[in-house]
Design a protein. Structure first.
Lengths: 116, 113
């Protein structure tokens, strides 16, 4: 299955600033997904990123706040812009993954963001 | 995507079998059932997937009745290291090309000595 490297693993940021999270996959993938997991909560999909096209955002998430880049088939970035304490969450990237006859998703280890 | 309902939390002791049931009453014909495990400070990890009847791998078993409106994840002889959140997801994996997972609340399993 795919291996994902996500950076940074954690950060503490000042409100009003921006943080860019990187996601590197060890194989070429068509789609990459970005999730947010607020403290003690489940995962919520932010957007889907295709190489060569604009990301598709879920309801409640906008490009100005969470711009995404997908320059090639193994890499993507998510930027959390103009941060506020409400943005404190874990952000995770994931990719589709076929292992034999089983279809699933592989996740990065996440970026724990604290906004102060 | 079919909505899922599972218990918020469960407690068990080491060596016991744990069964976590997930309800998905509006599951569609093409939907598969997939379970993920998440430890603190890690991303979810695939455990098992099935369509009907029973599926078993080295980690767990998945039981799916004929009507497929529910499924049960069975963890044999749990240990402390099985303490985690378990998510049940239902979706059409065969469409490919952007099938998105919708995570429910998950079940926090706590295993004690």
């Amino acid at each position: 299955s795919a291996v994902i490297s996500q950076k940074p693993s954690r950060d503490i940021c000042q409100r009003g600033t921006s943080l860019t999270i990187q996601c590197q996959v060890d194989s070429q993938v068509t789609m990459m997904f970005w999730y947010r997991q607020q403290p003690g909560q489940s995962l919520t999909l932010i957007a889907t990123a295709n190489q060569g096209s604009e990301a598709t955002y879920e309801s409640g998430f906008v490009i100005d706040k969470f711009p995404i880049s997908r320059p090639n088939l193994t890499f993507s970035t998510l930027t959390v812009s103009n941060m506020s304490p409400e943005d404190s969450s874990i952000y995770l990237c994931s990719v589709e993954d076929w292992t034999g006859a089983v279809y699933g998703y592989t996740f990065g280890s996440g970026t724990r963001l604290t906004v102060v | 995507l079919a909505k899922t309902t599972q218990p918020i939390s469960m407690d068990s002791y080491e060596g016991q079998e744990v069964n976590i049931t997930c309800s998905h009453n509006n599951i569609a014909t093409n939907d598969y059932i997939t379970w993920y495990q998440q430890f603190p400070s890690q991303g979810p990890r695939f455990i098992i997937q099935g369509y009907k009847t029973k599926v078993t791998n080295e980690v767990a078993s998945l039981f799916i009745p004929a009507d497929r409106k529910s499924s049960t994840l069975s963890l044999p002889r749990v240990s402390l290291s099985d303490t985690a959140v378990y998510y049940c997801l239902v979706g059409d994996i065969l469409t490919g090309g952007g099938n998105k997972l919708t995570f429910g609340t998950g079940t926090q399993l706590k295993v004690e000595l």
